[in-house]
Design a protein around this ligand. Structure first.
Ligand SMILES: [Fe+2]
Length: 285
């Protein structure tokens, strides 16, 4: 089994890099740490970056997980090969671009691009945003799954994730005590489904609700509260048409042995216990 220590970063393709930097800094509340003609590195914590926008193919995306030991990458290469998955070791140039010591690239059974990274760079300076959205950390991301049984098996048996709860065919997976760091979202698409940043409190969620409306940012779900993770949330669209989320109050699962995943019915109340309904077309892109 490949042990995932934490989520690390997302690489998100876009058509217009300046537009994405403006959104990420002025609306989302991230700090721009480094920018080239084609790449922009943004963060909501003290790591080198959480999101790297790359100008070019707007459909391109990849998600990365940190592993603790360098040997984990060799082990992963072998275990993935046994699953019929070809993995590629990153070149020095590719590592430099990602600001990590070593990396391994592959696609999961759904075709989602995944990168395992060893020693992603941290900084000695704290995160300092231009807009104070109350971000405390890069929380989780959603990945599309076209076959949830196949993909849950991959993420829990080949990778070290555990199912925290299920909603219909979708699944919320944890890799540490946080209720979920990966959300498998049943659909016919491939890649990253949404991007979450945790904020300090419900006040930050609600402040952003008013702020986003003032800025005419399309809100696609919420404010609401997930009955699964207990987190209070709001989801909105970026200019790249991707779904972004702020949430606060995510449950931690500390009693690993006695946690039994619950199966929630496929209904709006399984996503929001307050009664908010997702704008289904935009939410599932
Ligand atoms: Fe989420």
């Amino acid at each position: 089994m490949i042990h995932l220590h934490d989520i690390s970063y997302l690489r998100l393709g876009c058509q217009n890099l300046s537009e994405m930097v403006e959104f990420a800094t002025d609306i989302l509340g991230l700090e721009l740490r480094h920018k080239t003609d084609t790449h922009a590195y943004l963060r909501g914590d003290s790591s080198a970056y959480n999101i790297c926008y790359i100008e070019g193919d707007a459909d391109y995306d990849a998600c990365a997980f940190e592993v603790r030991e360098l040997s984990e990458l060799d082990k992963a290469e072998k275990e993935l090969a046994a699953e019929g998955i070809t993995a590629k070791r990153a070149t020095d140039e590719e590592c430099e671009e990602r600001q990590v010591n070593s990396a391994l690239f592959f696609a999961d059974p759904n075709g989602n691009r995944v990168e395992l990274v060893y020693r992603p760079y941290q900084t000695g300076v704290r995160y300092f945003p231009g807009r104070d959205a109350g971000i405390t950390e890069f929380g989780h991301f959603g990945l599309h799954t076209g076959d949830s049984e196949r993909d849950i098996r991959f993420w829990t048996e080949v990778m070290s994730a555990r199912v925290s709860d299920k909603i219909g065919e979708g699944a919320l997976l944890r890799i540490d005590p946080v209720h979920h760091k990966i959300a498998l979202f049943a659909s016919e698409h491939t890649g990253v489904q949404h991007v979450n940043f945790q904020v300090a409190s419900i006040d930050d969620v609600m402040r952003s609700w008013y702020f986003l409306q003032e800025k005419n940012v399309p809100i696609v779900f919420g404010p609401g509260r997930h009955p699964t993770s207990t987190a209070m949330f709001i989801y909105f669209l970026g200019p790249d048409k991707r779904v972004y989320e702020y949430s606060s109050g995510v449950k931690r699962i500390t009693d690993e042995e006695n946690h039994t995943p619950r199966q929630f019915e496929m209904a709006p109340t399984s996503f929001c216990m307050w009664g908010a309904k997702p704008n289904v077309d935009e939410f599932s892109e």
